[in-house]
Every structure is written in C-alpha cells, then in structure tokens.
Design a protein around this ligand. Sequence first.
Ligand code: NAD
Ligand code: IPM
Ligand code: MN
Length: 368
Amino acid sequence: MTKKILIVAGDGIGPEVMGEAERVLGWYKQKRGFDVTVEHELVGGCCYDKHGVAVTDATIEKAKAADAVFLGAVGGPKWDNVPYEGRPEAGLLRLRKDLELFANLRPALCFAALADASSLKREIVEGLDIMIVRELTGGVYFGEPKEITDLGNGERRGVDTQVYTTHEIRRIAEVAFDLARKRGNRVMSVEKRNVMKTGVLWYEEVAKLHAEKFADVKLDNMLADNCAMQLVRNPKQFDVIVTDNLFGDVLSDIASMLTGSLGMLPSASLGAKDANGKANAMYEPVHGSAPDIAGTGAANPIASILSLAMALRYTFDRGACADLLEKAVDAVLANGLRTGDIMQPGMTKVGTVAMGDAILKELDRLNA
Ligand code: NAD
Ligand code: IPM
Ligand code: MN
C-alpha cells in the first residue's frame, strides 16, 4: 500500500538539508520501488510568518494521518522576539506532544572515516555505537506550572516544573530495554535521584520494570552529571542510555561530538503502536537551524539523510534499504568528502548539495 510522508523542512538550514534527504527518498522511489506519496507543510518560524502560529491544526492532523513526518529544523534569530507561544520551537514541541512521540532514539555512531574528526582522540571514539533513548513528551519541557510571574516588588519569578508519572517512565524504559536486547544487552538509566524527586521515581520504576520483565538485560544507573563526564572520558562503556527529556537533549549534543559533528546525528521520535500496528513517527536530525551557516550551502545533510535511514528501518520495515543508505554514507566519507563541520586536513571540502550528489552516486554504485 502507498505510504504517506509529510515533510516539514522548517527554517534556516532545515530546507537545505531536507532537500538532500528528499533527493535520496526520490532515489528509493525510483530504484527500490519504495511506494510513497510526499506532502509538504510549514512548521516553525516560516509557519509563524504566514499563519501567526508555529504549527496549524491542519498540519497536526496531516502529521497524524501520515506514516512518518520528516522535519528539517526550526528556529532562528528572526523570531527571537515573537510571543513565547508563537516561537518556532513551540511548533516542534506541539508536534511531539500531539502525536505522543514519547520515545526519541538518538544513535551516536562513529563512522570509521571520521575517527579523527572528533575533538576527542581516535582511540576514545573509534567504533563507537551508542543509543540514547530520550523521553520526549514529559518532564520539564511540558510540566505545569510553566510561567513567569511578577512578584510586585521589582522581582520576577520564572517557574518550570519537572513532572514524571510511573506510566511515562515505564514506557520509555521498556523501549530502552527492548532496544538493548537487539544490541549489547546493556542499559544505563540516567537521572539525578540525589537531588530530584522525579529522579528517585525514575530510578525506582526502572528497577521494578527491570525485575519484572527484563532481568536478562544488564541494568546500571548513573547520575546525569557523571554521565556527561563519562561520555567524554570513555563513551564506549555505554550501550543504551535511557534518560529524561532535558538530560537527553543535553547528553545527545555531547554525544554528537564523539561522532565528529552535530551534523552527523539522526533521530527517530516514535509513539506507541495502535491496534493496527501503526505508530506515529517523526524523523529529524538532532541539530537545529544553524543560523550561523544558513543560506551558505555549507550545511552537512548527513544527519537528515541518516534520519531517512531510520525511517526506512523503524517505520517502513525496510531494513535492507536502511543498511544500504548507511553503507553509502560510510563510503562517501571513506572517499574523503567532507562538509565544513567534519573537515580534516587532506580531505575534499564540499557543500550540502555536492554531499547529496556523492551519496546518490554511491547508492547507484552499491545498487548496481
Ligand atoms: P544548532 O544545532 O542550530 O547549531 C549549533 C552549531 O552546530 C552551529 O555552529 C551550527 O552551524 C552547527 N551545525 C548544526 N547543524 C549543522 C549541520 N547540519 N552542518 C554543519 N554544522 C551544523 O543549535 P543553536 O545554534 O543552539 O540553535 C539555533 C536554532 O535552532 C535555535 O532557534 C534552536 O531553538 C533551534 N533548534 C532547533 C532544533 C530542531 O529543530 N530540532 C534543534 C536544536 C536547535
Ligand atoms: C532538539 C532541540 C529541541 C529540544 C528544541 C528546538 C525545542 O534542541 O530537538 O534537540 O530541546 O528538544
Ligand atoms: Mn537539542
């Protein structure tokens, strides 16, 4: 049956990197019989400019009806002063919340050719393959109250609220344990139970679920600050990391530098399966709209292209197509092609479109 993809390229480098992912998608339609229709919508600052909101109700409905949403990036200095509710990031957050995309998979994989592109030593990152499982629809991102109040004495007070329930913790931990079974069979649960009540609950609920259903998986616990340090000290000690919304955001940006660049990290945001086995899904690079390089044609499209590989694997059940795409990326990097963010001495510097061209060529070669 024909599948439906909704593309929301967004702002800044979003449309530039999404353009390349779309060309790769076109290749799969043409060369691998991937039967899919594509629609485009606005989310982010571009949507605010047109509609006065960062995402419209109609787009939310289209996103729910699609098999997968592909998002580029949202945000930028142009919208620094729009009302908080209308800011570009609010569109992305609403998509995640309304589609109940509670499980955010952020794999950090160091491609062989990039072992020297990291700011860390080769031996620390070479062969790295970790999976960060970030809770995406709860925690301090969405807890109420969330407000700034005037205390009337020249003072103001800002409040964000970290909230988690048993159900929210169990379902994300379940995803992490399931993934671990297909990988190294180890889960590191990360919180700050030494300071936060939600951390205590997180620790206890993960331990309970582990004892009930996943005793065969090795479970360890780590405080989030230590985890940040350990990711830089010895990242290969980790297999699957499961953590809350905010810690997951920060730890995944740290992990990105182990792979060479934030421009390399893809992600999948998944909801629960319904009775027909369909789950809402959104695929997006971990990086943002990169205002400092937007419009220059220099952005690395690989995070977006690898997000398409994740879609092929997790939504479309096309594991072989995903493997092929990852192989093509690997080969292009091995051939010495580099966008600016992963540039190394002696390599060939290319822009966004030339990187896309090279990956398409490599797909043709591998598919021949
Ligand atoms: P950013 O991720 O946009 O950029 C951080 C740095 O990484 C910049 O120097 C940028 O040039 C570089 N970079 C990022 N992606 C790159 C790529 N593909 N190729 C080469 N270099 C790349 O983070 P920021 O500057 O803190 O945020 C800018 C805007 O993006 C903000 O409005 C923020 O809210 C938004 N943002 C959106 C998303 C998203 O849409 N999912 C994610 C993160 C940040
Ligand atoms: C990300 C981004 C978002 C987040 C922002 C843009 C809302 O940083 O996807 O990592 O904080 O989740
Ligand atoms: Mn982030």
